[in-house]
Write a protein that binds this ligand. Structure first.
Ligand code: 6GU
Length: 241
């Protein structure tokens, strides 16, 4: 998979992709992340990519042409399945969206917003999907783009060492992950739960599911409700009149 991120502060994205799992994915040629400086696509002689918003009060808005030209240049090279705009008024990102993008895309463009956003006409014309990472405002879309990129790339086959580990993540089955423990067996007077030392695989799986369920119920009643409603046996049978 190839992800092209377009930003007017590309330096903000130097670090997230050069460590750990994302670096390994890159080294193994499972993914490529390219960051493009929108300023290189400035159309006026002063190098501006933004201008005052029409109408009073609003701040600076990124102009159509730099974005349009940058994306067109990329599209000349390859086909993109999604052109995503990172914006607080987008669809709220979640594991389902990450799964979908990871499975169905070979090439993705992610455009980071800044200032008061980008000209609406560019959104209407070339953006295929708008994503937010939550109900709070960041100073730009870069950190959000890094979040989305990480969530997608770690799902690509071969990126994680243990093929099953992405499947046991929180959210993958609609539940939060259960607690985990490592050595020593006793720490600060606290014991590792006996069941985990028992070697009894099916009992351990049962325990983990119970823990996942009680954690989800307590911490995320919204997820718990969805989980309950998605379980076939939980659906009340309709009585025939
Ligand atoms: Cl995608 N961008 C900005 N600027 N703020 C955000 C966001 C995106 N998602 C949540 N807050």
């Amino acid at each position: 998979m190839r992800i092209d991120i377009i930003s007017c502060v590309p330096n903000l994205l130097d670090s997230p992709f050069s460590h750990s799992i994302l670096q390994r994915a890159n080294d193994k040629s499972l993914s490529e992340v390219h960051v493009h400086d929108l300023r290189k696509y400035a159309v006026d002689k002063h190098g501006h990519i933004d201008d005052y918003a029409y109408g009073h009060g609003a701040g600076m808005v990124i102009m159509c042409d730099p974005i349009f030209n940058c994306i067109n240049d990329l599209k000349k090279e390859r086909e993109y399945q999604e052109v995503i705009y990172m914006t607080p008024d987008g669809e709220v990102f979640n594991q389902q969206i990450a799964n979908h993008l990871s499975i169905s895309c070979e090439n993705i463009i992610i455009l980071c917003g800044h200032y008061k956003g980008i000209d609406q006409r560019v959104r209407d014309e070339i953006i295929t999907r708008e994503i937010s990472i939550g109900d709070y405002v960041l100073s730009g879309g870069e950190l959000a783009a890094a979040v989305v990129t990480d969530a997608i790339i770690r799902l690509l086959p071969g990126v994680l060492g243990d093929e099953t580990s992405a499947l046991t993540d929180s959210f993958q089955d609609g539940l939060l992950a259960p607690p985990v423990y490592t050595r020593p067996k006793e720490w600060n007077g606290k014991q590792v739960p006996d069941i985990l030392l028992s070697g009894h695989e099916s009992k351990i799986d049962e325990w983990r599911l119970e823990e996942s369920m009680s954690r989800t119920k307590e911490r995320r009643p919204d997820l718990w409700n969805n989980y309950i409603n998605s379980q076939p046996e939980a659906k009340p049978k309709k009585k025939r009149k």
